[in-house]
Ligand binder design. Structure first.
Ligand SMILES: NC(=O)c1ccc[n+]([C@@H]2O[C@H](COP(=O)([O-])OP(=O)(O)OC[C@H]3O[C@@H](n4cnc5c(N)ncnc54)[C@H](OP(=O)(O)O)[C@@H]3O)[C@@H](O)[C@H]2O)c1
Length: 258
């Protein structure tokens, strides 16, 4: 995820970027305004990376966030903004590991950020200066769309857009499998299903219509689509989504409690 954000920042021409990994195997190619540091080789890597930085993006696994923040705390520039993408680590937990008054935000991006088509939720603590929130929003806009939410909405947002790409892929998987059972070769089935999904989304974007309206336009009264849609509705597709999103949010609570 850190790599995806970095690609967006580089593509947007943000100057003077510094990035750290723990191991050399994960290190990126430096140069062209990017300084690469490896913590295993240089124990000062993380502290050097944040010195003088206006914005610090933390993209380690949730379990590593507190230790990393403790490591960099006294190397941070006064006024530096810290934003973490770690799922389930509250702003209060991060703030407790940092100098008092450090602006701390949470961001919840999703994997299409890697191709500049992400959706990121950004949450700031109450009282965060507008300029500080704007710096974080601008950083994540380089990899897609940004939605600002209060922190109490981050788990809900994560259940929708953070995990969302997986739901879309699951639907495509099941749809492709069904096409194969109708007799199409797997590659044909994938072309039919993925092509249909891409086309449907492009039509949605091009027309600016609601999904429900475009669905109605495919669904002639007493036609074939109407019969198929009725089957989805008999199985309460909306209820399945409600249950799935509730399960994701419950898991986020468990992770935060750990
Ligand atoms: N994947 C998603 O869809 C998604 C969505 C939203 C949020 N997130 C969040 O993004 C975070 C990262 O997830 P990921 O899947 O990108 O994990 P990942 O592939 O393991 O990446 C973590 C990176 O952090 C580096 N790192 C770990 N500890 C470090 C340290 N002490 N100093 C310097 N670098 C360190 C790792 O380097 P080494 O590999 O060399 O150890 C690695 O490059 C997680 O907190 C996750 O909750 C992920």
């Amino acid at each position: 995820m850190g790599g995806a954000i970095l690609s967006g920042l580089r593509a947007a021409g943000v100057p003077d970027l510094r990035v750290t990994t723990r191991t050399a195997t994960r290190a990126l190619e430096g140069g062209d305004g990017l300084q690469v540091l490896v913590a295993d080789r240089d124990p000062e890597a993380n502290r050097s990376a944040v010195r003088g930085a206006r914005l610090v993006v933390v993209a380690v696994k949730p379990v590593g966030v507190a230790a990393l923040l403790a490591e960099i705390a006294d190397a941070l520039e006064p006024g530096a903004v810290v934003v973490s993408v770690a799922a389930g680590v509250p702003i209060a937990t991060m703030a407790a590991a940092l100098p008092a008054g450090t602006p701390v935000l949470r961001a919840m991006p999703n994997t299409p950020s890697a191709v500049g088509a992400g959706v990121t939720g950004v949450a700031a603590a109450p009282g965060t200066a507008d300029d500080d929130t704007a710096a974080v929003v601008a950083a994540f806009r380089t990899v897609g769309t940004v939605v600002e939410v209060t922190e109490d909405r981050i788990d809900a947002l994560s259940a929708v857009s953070g995990s969302g790409p997986a739901y879309v892929y699951l639907v495509l998987e099941r749809f492709i499998d069904a096409a194969v059972r109708l007799g199409f070769r797997r590659d044909e089935a994938a072309d039919l299903v993925v092509g249909t999904a891409q086309g449907a989304l492009r039509l949605l974007a091009a027309t600016g219509e609601e999904p429900a309206e475009l669905r109605r336009r495919v669904t002639s009264p007493k036609g074939t689509t109407e019969r198929a849609v009725a089957v989805f509705e008999q199985h309460d597709l909306g209820g399945i989504f409600d249950e799935a999103l509730a399960a994701a949010m419950a898991r986020a609570k468990e992770i935060a409690a750990d």
